[in-house]
Design a protein around this ligand. Structure first.
Ligand code: ATP
Ligand code: MG
Length: 464
């Protein structure tokens, strides 16, 4: 993309309404615009990152064997009356009537709707296990929407639902979700720690929240620092292997890690003192096992092996897709702006032409731009007729992890500069070598089928 052809409405001033870095930076980098309290339009740069995050979620769900669907945002109240949640949910549910006076609502979550799909179409234990999920907009009329996309009223969420014959199978589904979430967050450059949590209004026995450590997080967390040294990495996991999934879950749930809701001082005191940490965290996901809470009242049964109907065991599993953008920025920024991890960066690399209009600098910049594109990479070329300082400031603000700087002086010696946004370190090298280096940096993301691969280069979404 050439910056002169793009729509990147960066702000010079720091918006006064934004209290935390991610909110300020998303507004300043022209990623989002508030449409109403807690409701945002996604501008090109923000939309691009949102899609990358979403794509990683889809790919990792596909890897775990989960099946994507799409359910409507507007739902009839009738199903929610069956489960009893229409009255229980309270003010957070946005309710409305259609022209016939029927009660409708904007989905805050979708257990009822997916259970209705299940009971209509699945009749036998032989059709299990089944996990359906969607990534869809949700609405919760939060009393205090704040921090931009972190606590919106409208937000984008992955919600998945497992249907299993018995407790053991449902716990395997729970474990499978935990394992796939660990991999999902790591691909986004995040460490999200599973912490034992409280089940809240959805109700349930087993639940973990995934928290990204950040001073600005809304949850108070207590953990053994040993958990922060765990890494999922490139492990190959057979998601049908119950023992393998359980072993990974054990690895991550053995060190103490809890939110304030479930924190236990006596247990925490058993963690060696030098490893005890009290901090804050951002909840970017949650998994629940809740058994037959919905299947029983809604009559979602299957015929068991003995021919008798049994209510299915269920769980629901969420990822805060839009909140993740805020969490990634909270975890990765500096005074100058955002620092995107390679896995989710909106463009792979920036090209800054120090002297637009200079024949050689223009030609070299164009050549780098087209070579990167020919390799399937997605560069952003700042081809504006602007001072170098302004161009650097924009690149630093929008946070592309790599920048190639092209100027007449370097070109006289046959070199351009390759700069890491994270370390600020620069290296001079011939233009072809800079292109080669960028290709190498992103190679692992391409071969693992990561979300950094431009959608246009895909046969089609691999997760469908
Ligand atoms: P919170 O405790 O932050 O209100 P929750 O526990 O009610 O969230 P869940 O029902 O677990 O939310 O939803 C799954 C995920 O959706 C959460 O882990 C979070 O990342 C995200 N999420 C929930 N509420 C919001 C919101 N208002 N704005 C943005 N993301 C949200
Ligand atoms: Mg939650």
């Amino acid at each position: 993309m050439r910056l002169t052809r793009y729509f990147l409405p960066v702000l010079k001033e720091t918006p006064s309404e934004a209290q935390i870095a991610s909110h300020r930076l998303m507004l300043r980098a022209g990623m989002i615009k508030q449409a109403a309290a807690g409701i945002y339009s996604w501008l090109p740069l923000g939309f691009k990152v949102l899609r990358k995050v979403e794509n990683i979620v889809h790919e990792e769900q596909a890897r775990a064997g989960h099946i994507p669907i799409q359910m409507p945002v507007l739902q009839s109240a009738d199903l929610w009356r069956e489960s009893g949640r229409y009255d229980d949910y309270g003010e957070e549910m946005l309710r409305m009537k259609d022209r016939h006076g029927r009660d409708m609502l904007y989905t805050p979550t979708a257990e009822e709707l997916v259970t209705d799909i299940f009971r209509a179409h699945v009749g036998s234990y032989k059709d299990l296990p089944l996990t359906l999920y969607q990534i869809q907009w949700k609405f919760r009329d939060e009393i205090r929407p704040r921090f931009g996309v972190m606590r919106g009223r409208e937000f984008y969420m992955k919600d998945g639902y497992n249907f299993d014959l018995d407790y053991e199978s449902a716990i395997h589904a729970y474990n499978r979700h935990m394992v796939s979430y660990l991999r999902t967050y790591e691909r986004m450059g995040l460490q999200a720690i599973p912490m034992r949590a409280d089940s809240g209004p959805i109700g349930g026995d087993d639940t973990h929240e995934f928290l990204v450590l950040a001073e600005t997080g809304e949850s108070e967390v207590f953990y053994d620092s040993a958990i922060t040294t765990l890494e999922f990495g490139e492990r190959e996991v057979d998601f049908d292997d119950r023992d393998a999934c359980a072993a990974i879950v054990k690895e991550w749930t053995t060190p103490y890690a809890r939110t304030d809701e479930t924190h236990d001082e006596t247990l925490f005191a058993q963690v060696p003192q030098e490893r005890q940490r009290r901090s804050r965290g951002i909840e970017v996901g949650q998994i629940f096992y809740f058994g037959t809470k919905y299947s029983e009242p809604m009559g979602a049964t299957v015929q068991g092996p003995d021919g008798k109907p049994v209510p299915v065991h269920m769980g629901s599993h969420g990822i805060g897709v839009s909140r993740l953008l805020g969490a990634i920025i909270e975890a990765s920024h500096d005074d100058k702006g955002i620092i995107w991890p390679e896995g989710v960066t909106p463009f792979h690399c920036g090209i800054v032409n120090l002297k637009q209009g200079d024949e050689e600098a223009d030609a070299a910049s164009e050549a780098i731009y087209s070579s990167l594109k020919a390799l399937g990479l997605d560069p952003l070329y700042d081809d504006r007729d602007e001072r170098a300082g302004g161009k650097f400031a924009t690149m630093d603000l929008i946070g592309l992890p790599w920048r190639i700087t092209v100027g007449p002086r370097g070109l006289k010696n046959g070199v351009v500069e390759l700069t890491s946004r994270r370390t600020g370190e620069s290296e001079e090298m011939p233009p072809e070598q800079a292109v080669e280096r960028i290709a190498q940096i992103y190679a692992p993301h391409f071969s693992s089928g990561s979300g950094v691969e431009p959608m246009a280069n895909r046969s089609f979404h691999t997760w469908l």
